[in-house]
Design a protein around this ligand. Sequence first.
Ligand code: ACO
Length: 336
Amino acid sequence: MVNLPPYSPLSRTASIIGTGSYVPQRILTNTELEKIVDTSDAWITSRTGIKERRIAASDEFTSHMAAKAAREAMEQARVQANEIDLIVLATVSPDTFFPATACHVQRLLGAKHAACFDISAACSGFLYSLEVARQFICTSTYDTVLVVGADRLSSLVNWSDRNTCVLFGDGAGAAVLQYRKESRGIITTFMRSNGDYGNILCTPGGGCALPVTPENFVKRFNTIRMNGKETFKLAITSMQSAALYALQQAGLAISDIECIIPHQANIRIIEVLADRLKVPMEKVYINLDRFGNTSAAAVAIALDEANRNGRFKAGDYVLMVTFGGGLTWASSIVQW
Ligand code: ACO
């Protein structure tokens, strides 16, 4: 059992009324990576489950991918740009430090009536953003919120570091949330962080701590650093506790969940998690073989794919669970 803080259910429910996603055209296969670093398709496949990932074009920014995913979600939701009250965008690879990438997306969509901001919670960003959106909707501040998870980690990867460059890809996923009278929607969300572990997975440079200088650039401080083994262990324990917490909060058993969408980082992490939660792998949605780890976009892209593939029926419970740099971890249960 997890130690629960006091929980007061809000009187309004936020429903996901549309989803969308976008990945760049360019496919980078494991075999191609063999030409870039000392690696092999066999190593990457057996250690991670990843076969290929998408890489954005040089003029394709996080906001461009985000806007494409958002348009799909808005179309499915039948929501016009001028109806959006708020855009919450999760990313650790923004177009610019400021303006927020959410503002760039606002401009691309023409969502003139929206307030916009970014959330930085690495791979947990989409679930953090979903919860922020839910809070605004449930407190009656806003009715229609666009939530986007978008990352272009190819611009943060050190392409000579085989420990990390094989893992990541680019993409975006989006959801439109709206207040609906019926009670189906986001049932509960759990979020936690532990800054003590910030240095096991980070981009140390580029901010004010290690600004972009010729010296720091040569040391590649502006690229991703990761302690893979430590991240692996913490990913499993944090996602397990997040999933159990959400279930407990919602008063549901794991057998009530129709589909689990975990963060798409590594198939071995997901298999151990499924085993610990006693969930058959058929209930777990996987697309990391095609897209690698797309950070804040990963769960959002998977949610959209599962939705469009007809994986959910009305009333099904869907559990999303993530972990990422920070460290951050989160889980969310949605009744479809
Ligand atoms: N190709 C070939 N060999 C490699 C590669 C590669 N791409 N990468 C590492 N190796 C080597 C290592 O150098 C090491 O060699 P050595 O023993 O001679 O030193 C050997 O393989 C074993 O390395 P390990 O780190 O033990 O490999 P492990 O089985 O732990 O797998 C991995 C590494 C895949 C990174 C794993 O630890 C992992 O998935 N960790 C979690 C990573 C993760 O999920 N990160 C994303 C977090 S989400 C976010 O917030 C962005």
